[in-house]
Design a protein around this ligand. Structure first.
Ligand code: NOJ
Length: 738
């Protein structure tokens, strides 16, 4: 009896230890613990902390990891996941290594772990960062229960080129929106204390300017002025750091001739000296070794020295630090102080994470933590709130509840993989609700749903058109789901055209030719050039890749249970030839004038986009009026209140995203024609009117001048408020010298 209760007690204690929240770490204690540990470490153990290795695609660790962990020669893994697998390997590190330093398990939990949320660019289309915070919190909770303590997210790359497949992973083209979403995601992943049992450490990536890849070709080099770096590419990272992000990832690209992974300017001067970041930087996958391909290192030895000296603390996958660290130290190409500092940064984060107190995950609770009903309903809500209504002539949408028959057509109508996007975490196709399933679940028993795939996303076959046309003819309305596969977006998925791939446009044309009211629903990860559809099809809904619940969310929006209120976080070009095209461009000496040949435009296509940044319709209509400023003139230290009246002028409740832009009219350098400086998504009942208020401060008006100082220059400013970046009402104010 005694033995049984002792065993019972021990089991309870072990269980409690596994699930108890870690002691919150006081900063002084952490530094003392870090230094005490560092003092005991051999050089090999120090270099071991700097090493991160990849697991197997299925989540297993590799046999060699066990030996390395035992010897203290491994600091972290990526892709090893699942409570059981991570616990197994962790036990080796904690019980069998000399210093018992726990491993840090990382994974790309980009927009969900098992419950998959919309792709980040889609989620940004909600213009509601609180949603991103909530989805990241669910992702963190699921990931943590699966043994992970670190996600390689948020991805904060500003992308002005939709050819680049990774535009799908960020918040679009704007630094202000990107900063708001980046900070929200960090808060969601990490919470107030990332040692909590439902949080993970975040990693702001890719530092930096990866989205500026020339030609939109992934991994390509970038040429970006320091002013543009500071104004466009840095702000989301600064916001993430201000929100407490613990780690950053260096990017693959070179910036103005210096690869980001050996770039002391961005890794040390900006990050450490200016921003005082005290977390650690991990390289991207083999990006240390790739310094050889960049041509800035002759061999791995030089690559290791270049990356470590520049400020990359942890090396992902390649092993140059470990292999060449001792030799480099001996030759004084790197210093012990540099190694120690990198180790210190990593240990600091491991202590802050509470890893030493809670290295394991409770295996029993993993299954219940995944796909919880509340998580799924949040995924549905966010997917619906991310959708953007691009066109709705003759009020084709919402579909009436008593519609007799719907033709559901297209290669993406019943595809379970595409809605999960490229980074699907540990998401499973069997958990995806496709549009066809969502619509079938939504309609009343009296409504007939006919389905025809019509074509594949790619390829040349039109064999399925006949059936698609036939079902359209038998129905009251045709809804056609076209777009991209998950493989066409994300990493290494740059495209040279933005057209619908394969024969999908012809499929849309064939359905449209039946004369049935046709709705096109886009399932895609980047802006597409869909001019013909815009000119010919009455209703278009951008649904992005909406995650596990995308089909239910599409049905919610198509039937009007959710009134779409999303807005594009990125410009849609008319043709790929307009790229790069973004709303916050500089003016030229010859701004476009329709009748004047010698102005800045194209011969064969209008210079304007197909849909501007910030664009999106609703099933109701909104009016913005009565723009007011708190003063006609201010000093740069003052605050200016800008307010506008927004009215729901239609007959349905709906959401409007009120957007605030400014322009510095005359400055010592050219300034963007518009810059987003505020936004608010508001819900208004029919007929409801509300005054929406924004505050502008000097930080909103300042820019990096020719001397690379962040200054507000006195003079005239224009303030614009609108429902997108094109349709605005405006006022002026002046900044006067103090
Ligand atoms: C390479 C990608 O660029 C990065 O975003 C990702 O986190 C790593 N691989 C790890 O999977």
């Amino acid at each position: 009896m005694k033995r049984i209760s002792l065993v019972f007690l021990t089991v309870v204690c072990v269980l409690l230890a596994a699930i108890a929240p870690a002691r919150s770490q006081r900063p002084r204690d952490v530094e003392q613990q870090v230094n005490a540990l560092l003092a005991q470490m051999t050089l090999a153990e120090k270099l071991g902390q700097l090493q991160q290795l990849d697991g197997e695609a299925n989540g297993n660790y590799r046999p060699e990891h066990v030996e390395l962990a035992r010897k203290g020669l491994l600091g972290s893994t990526l892709n090893v996941r699942g409570a059981q697998k991570t616990n197994e390997l962790q036990r080796v590190a904690v019980n069998e290594s000399r210093l018992k330093i726990p491993l840090l398990f990382g994974f790309d939990v980009i927009h969900g772990y098992r419950t998959i949320f919309p792709i980040p660019v889609g989620e940004a289309a909600s213009w509601d960062p609180t949603l991103a915070e909530r989805s990241a919190a669910v992702a963190a909770q699921e990931a943590n229960n699966a043994g992970l303590r670190w996600t390689f997210a948020p991805m904060l790359d500003i992308a002005r080129d939709p050819r680049w497949g990774r535009i799908t992973e960020g918040a679009g083209e704007d630094p202000f929106l990107g900063a708001a979403f980046g900070a929200a995601r960090v808060r969601g992943f990490q919470g107030a204390d990332y040692s909590a049992p439902d949080k993970v450490l975040a990693c702001a990536k890719h530092w930096v300017a990866y989205g500026a890849a020339e030609g939109g070709r992934d991994y390509n080099t970038t040429e970006v002025s320091e002013n543009t770096l500071r104004e466009i590419y840095f702000p989301p990272f600064k916001a993430a750091i201000d929100a407490g992000v613990g780690t950053l990832m260096s990017s693959f690209n070179a910036i103005n001739g210096v690869p980001a992974t050996s770039n002391a300017f961005v890794l040390t001067k900006v990050l450490r000296d200016e921003w005082k970041f005290d977390g650690f930087v991990v390289s991207d996958y083999t990006s240390v070794r790739e310094l050889i391909n960049h041509g800035v290192a002759a061999n791995e030895e030089q690559a290791a020295a270049a990356a470590l000296n520049a400020g990359v603390d942890m090396e992902m996958v390649s092993r140059s630090y470990n292999q060449f660290g001792p030799k480099l130290l001996e030759q004084r190409k790197i210093s012990l102080a540099t190694i120690d500092e990198a180790v210190r940064r990593i240990l600091r984060i491991k202590f802050r994470l509470g890893l030493f107190d809670r290295p394991y995950t409770d295996e029993a609770s993993e299954p219940q933590s995944l796909l919880r009903p509340a998580s799924l309903s949040l995924a549905r809500e966010i997917a619906a709130r991310s959708m953007v209504l691009l066109k709705n002539d003759r009020n084709v949408l919402p579909l009436p509840n008593n519609v007799k028959s719907i033709a559901v057509i297209g290669p993406l109508a019943d595809d379970r993989r595409a809605p999960l996007g490229w980074w699907a975490g540990d998401g499973r196709e069997e958990n995806t609700i496709t549009p066809l399933a969502g619509l079938k679940a939504k309609v009343s028993p009296q409504t007939m749903v006919l389905y025809a795939k019509g074509s594949d996303v790619t390829g040349d076959s039109t064999a399925g058109f006949e059936q698609a046309v036939a079902v359209a003819k038998q129905s009251d309305v045709a809804v056609v789901f076209v777009g991209e596969t998950h493989e066409m977006v994300g990493e290494a998925a740059s495209r040279s055209t933005l057209d619908l791939p394969g024969r999908q446009l012809d499929l849309v044309k064939a359905v449209q030719a039946t004369g049935k009211p046709t709705v096109v629903v886009l399932v895609n990860g980047r802006p597409l050039a869909i001019g013909w559809i815009v000119d010919n099809v009455p209703a278009i809904l951008e649904s992005w890749m909406g995650g596990s619940q995308s089909g239910n969310a599409v049905a919610d929006v198509l039937f009007g249970d959710v009134n779409p209120g999303g807005k594009l976080p990125v410009t849609f070009p008319r043709s790929v030839g307009q790229v790069p095209i973004y709303y916050n461009h500089m003016n030229t000496g010859r701004p476009p004038e329709p009748e004047n040949r010698y102005t800045s435009k194209y011969y064969d296509v209008p210079w304007t986009p197909l849909f501007p940044f910030g664009y999106g319709l609703s099933y109701t209509t909104f009016k913005l009026s009565n723009l007011q400023l708190s003063a006609p003139r201010i000093r740069s230290a003052d605050r200016l209140t800008v307010s506008v009246e927004v009215e729901n002028a239609g007959t349905r409740a709906g959401d409007e995203v009120v957007q605030l832009y400014v322009r510095d009219v005359v400055a010592s350098m050219t300034r963007p024609v518009k810059e987003l400086k505020g936004f608010q998504r508001v819900t208004l009942q029919p007929g409801e009117k509300r005054r929406v208020e924004f505050t502008l401060t000097g930080d909103h008006l300042a820019f990096w001048n020719r001397d690379l100082r962040f200054v507000v220059e006195p003079g005239e400013f224009r303030v614009m408020v609108g429902s997108n970046s094109r349709d605005v009402i405006e006022a002026k104010f002046e900044v006067v010298e103090r």
